[in-house]
Design a protein around this ligand. Structure first.
Ligand code: ADP
Ligand code: MG
Length: 326
């Protein structure tokens, strides 16, 4: 029987099937008809529609800020992805879901119910920082401190783990999406040009940086003139974008400092030795490890596959599901 693990992220859903590995990796986006509330498309297909939908079709991210903005839509999305991942099966799988760490009990129950309704035999929920750490290859079962910073789309989760549990942690709503918004705002204020969410994300991935570099790359950006309303192209450089992103990047640094200050000294000493591990797609933003290293004076490493490491972590935990059973 194939148990499955799900990383229910604010930006992406990644599904791991025991014995097969990662079988699905799609954006957490749903397109709905705003009149009838009918779901029209989910995942990749819905993502193509973001910002490009006519009148009554709305493409939404139901988990945008790391909280469930819309229960029904989240349930429909989860249902769609699980069916797509496992197809038609006679045996009911057990499902391990990893969800944002700051969700409420009501939201947890809603996620469990949505998973059960897809025919799951049993559903387990796990906290994201723990699973991210396991997926990054850390052994969190020992009495030794490990620090993980997961920079996702809607939230950044910072946690210190030891003996299999979270010792200190913090979850802030400054993450990948925030950087996209920073770019949108900068382009409007400075260049008087309106760019969409997707273009902003492209700029971030291409030339975004939060730490001084020698070269200053350039990029052409298309958007809509804020005054005339007509299409226009501008050339921007890396230094400008760094300026736009720096303040929010430093908020993540400060939140990390706060967690370190609350960490028992023995565990801090372990973290000084072993360093901090970065996971989540936001950790791919250029210069993040360098910025943290400089500000905190602690070694910093990025996980091998930051975007899939939580799903990989569920894969490891699926091998020991009995331990979670109680
Ligand atoms: P979540 O777990 O919340 O679904 P992910 O870990 O999937 O989030 O990360 C998604 C975020 O990572 C998005 O904001 C995306 O723009 C960002 N991201 C992905 N690749 C890169 C990159 N190369 N550079 C900067 N940011 C990136
Ligand atoms: Mg995540």
């Amino acid at each position: 029987m194939k148990d499955i693990g799900i990383d229910l992220g604010t930006a992406n859903v990644v599904i791991y099937v025991k014995g097969s590995g990662i079988v699905l990796n799609e954006p957490s986006v749903v397109a709905i008809d705003s009149d009838t509330k009918k779901v029209l498309a989910v995942g990749n297909e819905a993502n193509e529609m973001l910002g490009r939908t006519p009148g009554k079709i709305k493409a939404i991210r139901p988990m945008k800020d790391g909280v469930i903005a819309d229960f029904d839509v989240t349930g429909a999305m989860l249902n769609h992805f699980i069916k797509k991942a496992i197809g038609k099966r006679i045996m009911k799988p057990r499902i391990l879901i990893c969800c944002p760490s700051n969700i409420t009990q009501v939201e947890k129950t809603a996620i469990m119910e949505a998973a059960i309704s897809t025919g799951a035999r049993k559903v387990f929920l796990e906290e994201e920082p723990k699973v991210a750490a396991v997926g990054a290859g850390l052994d969190i079962s020992k009495p030794s401190g490990n620090m993980v910073i997961d920079i996702g789309g809607g939230t950044t989760d910072i946690a210190v783990l030891s003996l299999g549990g979270i010792v200190t942690s913090e979850s802030i709503r400054i993450a990948g999406n925030t950087f996209d918004s920073d770019i949108i705002k900068y382009m409007k204020d400075k260049h008087k040009i309106i760019v969409g969410e997707r273009s902003a994300e492209e700029i971030k991935k291409e030339i975004g940086s939060v730490y001084r570099k020698d070269k200053n790359e350039k990029m052409e950006v298309k958007g809509r003139d804020a005054v005339t309303g007509l299409p226009r192209t501008v050339t921007i450089n890396q230094e400008e974008i760094e300026g736009a992103l720096k303040e929010d990047a430093l908020k993540i640094v400060r939140a990390t400092k706060t967690v370190l200050e609350k960490t028992p000294p023995e565990l801090s000493a372990d973290i000084m030795d072993k360093g901090i591990i970065l996971t989540g797609g936001g950790s791919l933003l250029e210069g993040f490890p360098q910025l943290l290293k400089e500000e905190l004076e602690v070694p910093v490493f990025v996980a091998d596959s930051p975007l899939t490491c939580v799903a990989e972590g569920t894969g490891v935990l699926l091998e020991h599901l009995e331990l979670l059973e109680n």
